[in-house]
Design a protein around this ligand. Sequence first.
Ligand SMILES: [Zn+2]
Length: 481
Amino acid sequence: MTHSPEASPTTLEQEREEQLRWKLLPQYSGLPLFDRLVENEFLPQEVHQQQQLQRLRKIIQYARDFIPYYQTGDSSMYQIGKLSDLSRLPILTKQEVIDHFKTLQCAHLPRGGKAGGITSSSGTTGRPVSVAQTERSMRMFSIFRQREARWFRQDPTALAARMRFPQTFPRQKNGSLLANGETYTRKRWSHQGLYFETGPEVCCNVENTREWQIEWLKKHRPKYLESPPTIFEELIMANNQKKPVDSLECLVGIGTVVTDSMRSIIERIFEIPIHQNYGMNEAGIVAARCSAQRYHIHTEHCFIEIVDQDGLPVKPGETGRVIVTPFKNLQMPLLRYDTGDLAIAVEGACPCGRTLPSIGTIVGRYWRYASLPEGSFKRFMAIYNTMKWMPPELLVNLRQNQVHLYRDMRFEIRLRTVGPLSPEFYKRITARWIEAAGESEKELLSFKEVDHIEGSPGGKHLEFSSDFFSDEDRKITNVDI
Ligand SMILES: [Zn+2]
């Protein structure tokens, strides 16, 4: 397994070798694109910088020439002599994308360009942010899913499984969404199979019970499983802290950030690595996580900045907002789009051996927490981490949990159980709570046994809910790519 951070660095030769396992479909035979991606991963830093600068200039000039939204304002800020000049351009907020949906688009795509539909994601005020894509920008999703599958050392001939929200699967023949209890089988993997010969894929609705899903996994015995990462934790809980199936070789967590504590429990119990990419529906997949735990940017596809409140780059080791400028979407180019995520900037060569620029830990969505009173997120994390680091024997009988913050600052830990929990479970959380909040606020923490935990309409389980979050925030918490 290559998931240990000490794994030896990869090399260009190894990646070329790995890419040979992937056979292009006959209609793409001879396509040099994927081999070029391999080579790009090891270019010298200066070449990456030069290429990023050229791609940025190109998309900025295009936006200036063809996109009404970018045709006003001082033309000097669109002159990019070096990468740092980019910070002269204003940051594009989610709200601005919503308000200027029409003027951010070009009237006619350049020759050869084809519209590719609309992707949507969550917005700060609750309204979804929609972005019109080109056929080409939509294909980027599949292209970079293949790059990451190579990095994750997946065997393309194997059986893969996906547990996702039914909206992400094609509708059934009768027009309905994939129902609970049903299996949708594809001849090839959904993304990578667009370009490559792959093994088959089985899919089921994430809203099935975890008990049903465990049986389903035992029946199909896939080598890979892709799902929102909280599902992996719930599968463990539903199986009394044991590995649900022994056929799996890696997990791919989709949509939400996997925290260190979550990763630790999932990898320990499943005994396999959990891999992740980073992306958003508005901009596509922008990075993939390597064995050294950095997220490498797909520089062919976008430019990423991590900035402070003034829109200037933060120093390595500091946390800032993730700003993305995608290169390929000529229908609706977004320049310096504010993703709503926070990440830690890093510097220097990555121990994994790849030279693609990288970012460190992705902290998550800052706008969700921006509305919380000071100190409350820290208190939530204290409870959350205590639960995640709990020895497995204390979690037997626990099936789901959620921390809820009321407007009067009371925290309620909601527990769905199938039997009593150890007194030690309550003791540990209470002790940590007193440490974080102080003895005087001891009474602000309570536990409640529940039969059901409220998620989003898609059934997504929310580990942290609060009356301070708007209803829309609660509904749309994650991208689904
Ligand atoms: Zn790396």
